[in-house]
Design a binder for this molecule. Structure first.
Ligand code: MG
Length: 448
């Protein structure tokens, strides 16, 4: 049986195994208590187990005295924005993001629309473990509101962001192919693109949770989008994951440019219009540093995980941020990774540059990232990190999250997973072969 996985991004498990209604409603009740029995917005992605999980969440929240704002099928960033704008006391996004269909999860959102901090997650998990949360009596049970979809407000917030100029994009009449993997982005992403005057060619935009291919928007999963771009003569292709917080881009030739570059392109636009720096995690491509340097800006690096990046962005008042997995954060809209925000920023860039996407990408350094993982005994981590440090002559060392060794022409980042007994090795170099070789060499070293 797969055990329940608890991390800074929430709690997840396999439905019918570890992720049962009892478990789900217990977490929801503890979260409801954490929110002071106030108002909680709840949205879900499209997976088949969504309605069961959603109802177990309602039961837990109502039992804790919470009033529930039902958002229905919603992207995770839409839930985050709704919490902030509706001034709710918290939010729950029911989504296992890119995990396989049998998984589901709860992502907990605090009253400002940000994911809970690490210490708040720890407090919540302690309450679940100790049962130190409150069920109210029958006179004080919470209520469920009528369903209120927040997609239109989300689209409006993006169109109103200062850096987005809808009229400039509309004049270009872009043709855009889009693959939402039949997930929570299936309505909102095409609708946003239509608002921006695009001729939208949709594939897998039925929000029925029947996932047509692998769920991460990585090149091996989006071949059909690439051929749709070519066949339809599109200017660009967009793919998102099931809860639409991650965005990947395909150029007009049908080439996936790699999800690491979604943030790079977004930053290129924002830096051209606004002073300020960017934040991203330590595993994200050095192409971000290239763009920041070309505008004389700073890159603040955080631990891996959206909330860590967001905390850096708040600390340094960053104008753009995100993660190399395709997560773009524009604080002018909200502090959350948002595929819709990413798409609007990249279309604005395309409109302003008056070049084809492949030409814009060609002006950037071509880095390749190789990501490997292996089972690992977490007791050994300190010894392993010390050994790596001893063998890292000539490298600049960054210990923000595990260890990152920056050499003149490549880097390698080694970190234990927060959620699984595995170690991750990420290497970036100027060729795929070199990145693969470096990652394999270090993986062999840490697992020896
Ligand atoms: Mg996701």
């Amino acid at each position: 049986m797969q055990s329940l996985m608890i991390s800074v991004s929430g709690v997840r498990g396999v439905v019918g195994e570890s992720f049962t209604p009892e478990v789900i409603s217990r977490f929801a009740a503890a979260f409801g208590t954490f929110c002071g029995g106030g108002t909680v917005a709840v949205g879900r992605d499209t997976r088949i187990s969504g309605p069961m999980v959603e109802h177990a969440v309602y039961a837990g929240l109502m039992a804790a005295g919470c009033t529930i704002i039902r958002l229905g099928i919603s992207a995770t960033p839409t839930v985050q924005l709704a919490v902030e704008k509706l001034e709710a006391d918290g939010g729950i996004a029911v989504t296992a993001s890119h995990n396989p269909p049998e998984w589901n999860a709860l992502k907990f959102i605090g009253n400002r629309g940000l994911f809970l901090s690490e210490s708040d997650v720890n407090t919540l998990m302690e309450a679940v473990r100790d049962g130190s949360f409150q069920y109210v009596d029958h006179m004080h049970l919470g209520e469920v509101s009528l369903e209120k979809n927040f997609n239109n407000e989300h689209i409006k917030a993006i169109l109103n962001a200062e850096v987005i100029k809808p009229d400039v994009i509309r004049k270009k009449r872009f043709r855009v192919a889009v693959d939402c993997v039949n997930g929570a982005g299936s309505r909102i992403l095409p609708e946003l693109l239509e608002e921006l005057g695009c001729d939208v060619v949709k594939i897998h935009c039925e929000p029925d949770g029947v996932f047509p291919h692998g769920l991460e928007p990585i090149p091996e999963n989006i071949g059909e989008l690439c051929s749709t771009v070519v066949d339809s003569g599109a200017d660009i292709g967009f793919a998102c994951d099931p809860d639409a917080d991650r965005l990947a881009v395909v150029d007009e030739k049908g080439i996936p440019i790699g999800e690491e570059y979604s943030l790079v392109l977004a930053a290129m636009l924002v830096f051209a219009h606004q002073p300020g720096s960017t934040a991203t995690n330590v595993s994200t491509t050095s192409a971000v540093d290239f763009i920041a340097e070309s505008f004389g800006r700073k890159v603040c690096r955080s631990k891996v995980g959206e909330i860590h990046v967001v905390q850096k962005m708040l600390e340094y008042n960053c104008v753009i941020g995100g993660e190399g997995n395709g997560g773009v954060i524009l604080p002018a809209v909200h502090y959350g990774r948002d595929a819709m925000v990413g798409a609007a920023l990249i279309l604005q860039l395309l409109a302003e540059k008056e070049k084809k996407l492949s030409e814009i990408v060609n002006e950037l350094p071509h880095y390749h990232i190789s990501k490997l993982k292996a089972p690992f005994d977490s007791q050994k981590i300190l010894d392993t990190l010390k050994k790596l440090q001893r063998n890292a002559a000539g490298a600049e060392i960054d210990t923000t999250d595990g260890i990152k060794m920056l050499f003149p022409n490549h880097w390698v980042h080694i970190r234990p997973s927060n959620t699984e007994p595995i170690i991750r090795v990420i290497a970036e170099a100027s060729s795929k072969q070199q990145a693969d070789e470096i990652a394999a060499k270090y993986l062999a070293m840490v697992t020896a």
